[in-house]
Design a protein around this ligand. Structure first.
Ligand code: SF4
Ligand code: SF4
Length: 173
């Protein structure tokens, strides 16, 4: 499940996506995640989680005559993993499962989106402005009372409470 991590791997920062495009210009970014999952030992099916016909057609273009990732491609994936880990992004998929039960009405995915903007483009002023805009009618990260509701609801098992503390320190300090 989630070979494209809720869409996160379909929208890579340019410098990272370019690594993959340089190797195979015709391959879509999601194709790398789906082929990676399908290449693992013992996998019988990959639930691609696509949301429209064009995406499904893209899936079919490389899965109907499936070729597992070769050694060179596996190495490329390892480089991209290193690139992504170095960005310090929060791997939130914006599913919003955490939000409805938050007693403090904190816009958690929007806050993490502002953080990722900061990490991806290194433009703090723009990211803080986005943060303030998204929190203007709701509460900021520092309002979290650490009840833990959101962490129990997050399918990505993100440590939301400590992540909010990090964001508050950087954006509200
Ligand atoms: S831990 Fe904080 S962000 Fe999470 S639901 Fe509770 S108050 Fe909201
Ligand atoms: S539940 Fe987790 S992945 Fe979904 S929006 Fe909330 S923090 Fe992001």
């Amino acid at each position: 499940m989630e070979p494209v991590k809720g869409g996160i791997l379909a929208e890579l920062p340019n410098q990272i996506g370019d690594r993959l495009r340089a190797y195979a210009p015709e391959a879509s970014l999601p194709s790398w995640g789906i082929r990676f999952a399908a290449s693992l030992d013992g996998i019988l099916a990959v639930l691609s989680g696509m949301s429209n016909i064009a995406q499904m057609q893209d899936n079919l273009s490389y899965m109907k005559d499936f070729k597992p990732l070769n050694e060179e491609e596996q190495e490329l994936i390892r480089l991209v993993q290193d690139d992504l880990n170095s960005l310090d992004r929060i791997l939130c998929t914006s599913c919003h499962y955490c939000e409805p039960g938050c007693p403090m009405n904190i816009p958690i995915p929007k806050i993490f989106g502002a953080w990722n903007l900061y990490k991806q483009f290194n433009e703090k002023e723009r990211a803080v402005s986005n943060y303030n805009l998204n929190c203007r009618l709701r509460n900021k990260a520092s309002a979290c009372i650490q009840c833990g509701q959101c962490e129990g609801a997050c399918p990505q098992h993100l440590p939301i409470i400590s992540l909010l503390e990090t964001v508050a320190k950087e954006f509200e300090g």
